[in-house]
Structures are given as structure tokens and as C-alpha cells.
Ligand binder design. Structure first.
Ligand SMILES: Nc1ncnc2c1ncn2[C@@H]1O[C@H](COP(=O)(O)OP(=O)(O)OP(=O)(O)O)[C@@H](O)[C@H]1O
Ligand SMILES: [Mg+2]
Length: 219
């Protein structure tokens, strides 16, 4: 059948909900649907991922999550942070092709924004769509564009700086445009659940985040 890549302007814009809605509509019309998530970031090993939400919302049972990283970062940075191999877009392309050839509608959900990097060569979900000659559905958020970033205590402000908001003096108060170093060792507080095991890699994570946010502007 065909492949539809669902990408977005950033994280949290509604890609998963759109994938579930399209999947439910297609199933209603009698299509055999498969959902592929090349890289799930910001999820510990036992957490629900996006494909679990799609299964719950749409009833589709053929789903594939090809890689998972605990840090809520763009895929390449998330892999670097935990010293894991990056997501393989070649594998994602092969799988999507095979599923489409077996007469399925294949929905591929991107991670973060349309141009977020998946590996050290800078592959993006847009590249995957081009490789597959797939149609792309871009989900646009109502607010300012955001990339995949830790949800707390980091927050990106429209003026451009990533602002630490976990200090004892100014918790929750934004300092517009200023980039400040996290006050060790409270850095590890933003990690949740089992991914706390990764806390010794916090300095690497911090460097990856800095590299990511400085090289990409939007993170
Ligand atoms: N049309 C909508 N109406 C109301 N709430 C929505 C809608 N679309 C998404 N949401 C809510 O917005 C939040 C983010 O949606 P979703 O998880 O689909 O985003 P995403 O782009 O897939 O995020 P991620 O980058 O984490 O994969 C969720 O809490 C979801 O329930
Ligand atoms: Mg999602």
C-alpha cells in the first residue's frame, strides 16, 4: 500500500494523536495498518511509548518501536547521552518498505521536529520520507516551535536561551535569553524513574544538550 510519515514542528504538538486518528479512520475503512516509530526518546524501558498510546487509541496491533532512549532529547543527542548506538534510519526504511509491500498502510511517527537529527550523519525524518518517496503530514503546534527537550527543569524560551529553573533562589522564574550552567549535583533531579541509573552520565548529557541547542538553535 503506501507510507505516510507523520512529522511535526516540534515535540508535544500532537503527532501521536494524529497517527492514532489516521490509523483509526483507515481501520474503519478496512485497511490493514502498521505503525512505526523509528526512535522513542524520553521514555524509560518500562514506560509506555508512543506506539502503546496509538494501540490504545486506535486498536491497531501491528506496531514497531525501533529504538528507545531515556533522555528527552532529539534522537542523535539522546543516543549520545546514554552512549548507545543511534537509531538506524536504514532499518526503518527497510521495515516500512516491507510492511507497505505486504499491502499495509504504514504510518511512521517522527520524533521531535521535522529536522531533528537521528544519527551523527544528521539523518532526519524528512530524509526518511524522501528515501521512501512517502507523503508527509506535518503536525503544527499552536505555540512556539519546540524540539525534543527535557520537560523539566529545562525550558526553552522564545528569546533563544535555555534557562535553568531549578535553583533554590529562582525556581520557576525564567531568566530570558540567559544560558546558565546547572548547579551540580541537582542536575540529576530532572531524570525520572529507572533512567536515574544513567545519572553518572549527566555531564555527558549536559554537553550533548549544549551541543544540540547551540548547533541547531531550536534544539
Ligand atoms: N487535537 C488535540 N486536542 C487536544 N489535545 C491534544 C490534541 N492533540 C494532542 N493533544 C494532547 O497534546 C499532548 C501532546 O500530544 P502528542 O503526544 O500526540 O504529541 P507528539 O507530537 O506526539 O509528542 P512527542 O514529540 O512527545 O511524540 C498530549 O497530551 C495530547 O493528549
Ligand atoms: Mg508522539
Amino acid at each position: 500500500m503506501s507510507v505516510l510519515v507523520v512529522a511535526g514542528t516540534g515535540t508535544g504538538v500532537g503527532k501521536t494523536v494524529v497517527v492514532a486518528a489516521v490509523a483509526a479512520l483507515a481501520v474503519d475503512r478496512g485497511a490493514d495498518v502498521a505503525v512505526v516509530k523509528p526512535a522513542q526518546t524520553g521514555a524509560a524501558p518500562l514506560d509506555d511509548g508512543d506506539v502503546d498510546r496509538v494501540m490504545r487509541l486506535s486498536g491497531v496491533r501491528t506496531t514497531f518501536e525501533l529504538s528507545r532512549f531515556p533522555d528527552a532529547l532529539p534522537p542523535a543527542a539522546a543516543a549520545r547521552a546514554c552512549e548507545m548506538p543511534p537509531a538506524s534510519m536504514a532499518s526503518a526504511a527497510t521495515l516500512a518498505r516491507e510492511l507497505a509491500e505486504s499491502n499495509r498502510l504504514v504510518l511512521v511517527e517522527g520524533t521531535g521536529g521535522l529536522l531533528d537529527r537521528y544519527d551523527e550523519d544528521g539523518a532526519t525524518i524528512a530524509d526518511l520520507a524522501r528515501t521512501l518517496r512517502a507523503q508527509v503530514l506535518v503536525v503544527v503546534g499552536a505555540g512556539p516551535a519546540r524540539s525534543t527537550r527535557p520537560r523539566s527543569p529545562w525550558r526553552r524560551w522564545p528569546t533563544g536561551g535555555s534557562t535553568w529553573r531549578g535553583s533554590s533562589s529562582g525556581a520557576g522564574r525564567p531568566s530570558r535569553g540567559r544560558r546558565s550552567a546547572p548547579p551540580w549535583p541537582t542536575w540529576r533531579c530532572w531524570r525520572r524513574g529507572p533512567s536515574r541509573e544513567c545519572s553518572p552520565t549527566a555531564p555527558a548529557t549536559w554537553r550533548a544538550l549544549r551541543r544540540s541547542s547551540t548547533s541547531r538553535g531550536a534544539g
